[in-house]
Design a protein around this ligand. Structure first.
Ligand SMILES: Nc1ncnc2c1ncn2[C@@H]1O[C@H](COP(=O)(O)OP(=O)(O)OP(=O)(O)O)[C@@H](O)[C@H]1O
Ligand SMILES: [Mg+2]
Length: 259
């Protein structure tokens, strides 16, 4: 399903105007969905979704439960084939779920490398990846000995080790407490600043969407019904008036999407 790597292309008409410098020199696309539909039997879950994601862009996907967010992410990841439309996604993409999906029978470093664990210098490769998430001292630990936040950091290291152009995250921090969640958001932003991969993150948390995203997309009944560009400088202050004006607008659009 994942088609050829996407080269820089002319920007399609954008429903939300990008900042002028980006409009003049858009980064290359890492994913383009065109008219994606997905049906399960008679149930149409995705209904003509168009979505571009550019290198280094963070897109948050929000919307009521059951509107097709996970399905859309799975189509992007190549885990689900679309019933119609075209999905062109960088082959260098990686997906992370709500639960870290570590293999309990493997030590942390092998969980990071998986099939690469037999490579020469494997341990050092894993150490470098774990250093990025602040867990180099857990190299030899078993997954069972990790906290929820640490386990999710290992999952981030595993994704990062593959140097993805696009990271697909499905509610990755929703099982974590508020404090750990904030620290994971900062971690992801730090890694994003360092490696400049694109991100699509599904979240139910509008604060999380506003903290992380360049663009917030609301999905309702399988269609994109609203997009908001978040032109606030990072690190974002959740108490600032600008943040809360955007949050209020988003909440209004979110409520409309439920009707
Ligand atoms: N494999 C499947 N077979 C049949 N129906 C499915 C399958 N996967 C998802 N669906 C249906 O597709 C719809 C969208 O599901 P999806 O998981 O994408 O929603 P979601 O927006 O991620 O919801 P949530 O916010 O609760 O995670 C639901 O009606 C669901 O029952
Ligand atoms: Mg879901």
């Amino acid at each position: 399903m994942a088609e050829a790597s996407i080269q820089a292309a002319a920007l399609p008409p954008d429903s939300v105007a990008p900042p002028p410098d980006i409009a003049a020199h858009p980064p290359p696309l890492v994913a383009r969905l065109t008219g994606i539909t997905k049906r399960y039997g008679t149930n149409t879950v995705l209904d003509g979704v168009d979505l571009d994601i550019r290198q280094g862009e963070i897109v948050a996907l929000v919307g009521p439960s059951g509107t097709g967010k996970t399905t859309l992410l799975r189509v992007l990841a190549g885990l689900e084939s679309a019933s119609g439309g075209r999905a062109e996604v960088s082959p260098s993409s990686t997906v992370m779920f709500q639960e870290p999906r570590l293999i309990q029978a493997l030590r942390v470093w092998k969980n990071v490398l998986l099939d690469d664990a037999h490579k020469p210098g494997a341990l050092e490769l894993a150490r470098a990846a774990l250093q990025d998430v602040g867990l180099q001292d857990k190299l030899d630990s078993w997954p069972v000995s990790l906290s929820g936040g640490q386990a999710q950091r290992v999952a981030v290291a595993r994704a990062l080790y593959r140097r993805p152009e696009l990271m697909l995250l499905d509610e990755p921090f929703s099982a974590l407490d508020a404090f750990t969640r904030r620290s994971m958001q900062s971690l992801v932003l730090g890694l994003w600043a360092k490696y400049q991969f694109g991100i699509v993150i599904v979240t139910h948390d509008l604060d999380e969407a506003l903290i992380l995203a360049d663009r917030i997309v609301i999905l309702s009944r399988g269609q994109i019904c609203h997009e908001t560009r978040v032109a606030l400088a990072r690190e974002r202050d959740v108490t600032s008036p600008e943040f809360n004006i955007l949050k209020r607008e988003l909440l209004e659009q979110f409520s409309l999407s439920m009707n």
